[in-house]
Design a protein around this ligand. Sequence first.
Ligand code: MSP
Length: 657
Amino acid sequence: MRPKFYLTTPIYYANSRPHVGSAYTTIVCDAIARYKRMCGFDVAYLTGTDEHGVNIERAAEKLGISPRELVDRNVPIFHELWKLLDIRFTHFVRTTSVEHARAVQTLVRRTIRRAANGGHIYKGKYEGRYCIHDNLYVSDTSEPADCPTCGRPAELISEENYFFRLSAFQERLLKLYRERPEFVQPDFRRNEVVSFVESGLKDLSISRKAIKWGIPWPGDEQHVFYVWYDALTSYMTGIGFGEGEQGSAEYQRFWPADLHMIGKEIIRFHAVYWPAFLMAAELPLPKQIFAHGWLLFEQEKMSKSRGNVAYAEPIVRVLGNDALRYYLLRDVVFGQDGNFSRDALVTRYNSDLANGLGNLASRTLTMIEKYFAGKIPVLADQGFAGSEAPVASAAKGAISQAPEFLDQYAFSRALEIIWGAVAEVDRFLTNEKPWVLAEAPAQKERLGHVLYVAAEALRIVTVLAHPVIPASTQKIWEQLGLSGRVEQQQIDQLVWGQLKPGASIGKSEAIFPRVQKDETIERIETMDNELRQPPAPTVAAAAPAAAPAHITIDDFAKVEMRVGQVKSAERVAGADKLLKVMVDIGTEVRQIVAGIAEVYQPDLLVGRKVVVVVNLQPRKLRGVESNGMIVAASVPPDGKPVLAGFLEDVPVGSRLK
Ligand code: MSP
């Protein structure tokens, strides 16, 4: 029987659309799941949605709908995104499912039944500060306190609750961290957890009276479970805990989890509370909790509540899913915080994917097509044999080291070593100049040797990179004429030199077309802005194709256009087309980002009168806030902007009708 591997993402709050930050953990886990499958594991991969708690209740209230309606509306958005990102999870758990409620109640009953000496669960008075945005107990006193995660003031709560006797587990937890250092990773996070536990553990309130939206406490329906007890249990529910006395057959096979992958802000819940809950219920503990860092955007944690979010969908639509996956896993040192930047994303795409792997595949395959009628040539064993040594050694190095790095979740290092092999083949081709060898018939054998080496290296790279960039490696695989699917390859048993000479290659097509940076970033940004503000601005004339043939005068009246005067203008760093313009519109001076830098010099604009749409939704371009739009004609054929203006002098602030 194949060995099993069970991994989980956190289950995400279903109160809003997932952003790149939330997609990050899911993508990471998908790469791990694919890698483990390619190592021969029978993988269960669980993700899901956390649908109870005050933040869901409040979000629903704001929209004037019930919490149930809100989560039912949002959960499909998660499914769609995971589909777009080709996430191969095997289990999806919703905390509002009946199976889950049954599992949570089963766990608490089991705990009550097993607890000796008065029990690990008791009723008591709780008073403390609680952050409703992060569902975090901020302090156990009534003193005012701010949430350490979001910085907002925490609310005072006081009620009669069920408590979990966490204090009884301090020694057992410390023993766990001591005896199984791999339980919390990376090491520096374990040290934080150990210090926290050593400083003393207070009992934990695990039920709520004030909240309605939750799982009822068995036998005391006035209470619902506190979200973390509820949420953590979902890791077991999703695979069938609570189905009968022993749980389902799947639960029997897959529990305990091999890996709970989480973001660093929820480590305490996972590395302290969760093992204690399980110890109290006498259930096996997960093998590892791995806490990764945050994706930062505009210097802060990317998060909906801070408003600094970027979404995955625009990136996938513009550059493809593999571009996003590669960027996140290559640029961020896994475990540490990393900066998300569209500039870096596009730079990586062009250098590593378009010019790197994509170019290697296309030139190797095109030459095999051209010089060998599309048949894999032969690796020579005399004369120039040996010239491939640096490539073979880079490929062999990648074969042995990439899996080692992947085993440690050191994605950027694994990719670095794989792309090191890509660079080595590029150097080899540049030195050997197959296009020159092709001119001399006597060099045919050497030409074949060179192209075999390149194609074989390409095969190795394709298999090794597959967990991270699954779709494009499958395409390259087919272009190499190889049968089956890359995912069926045993990644930890790759051997150099297995490509079969004489086999026909497939049809070669560009995998990663090179893109123009500014234009690509602008496209991504525009789509992002639309997702951020669901009622998309309809007046920006950004999508003339969608404009109806006629609008009413009332429709037109919604657009408030006024005469403005430019006070100052400067270029937006890193964007060739954008100017940041300060415009006086009569009542105030507005900051507007305008795509006119290629035509208008900033200092020549000062004093000029322009037409401004003043009631356009504010949005950010390249991270710079734009509060309105300067109207310009888009002149064919290339859409060059020409500013609208007046022949007569018009006072600043006049309205256009
Ligand atoms: N529902 C809880 C988790 C319960 S698990 C039993 C929760 N949900 S969440 O929607 O806030 O998602 C948290 C997870 O999303 C983080 O732990 C992390 O994995 C991921 N991320 C959300 N924003 C992120 C970044 N900006 N950067 C990296 N990961 C981020 O907490």
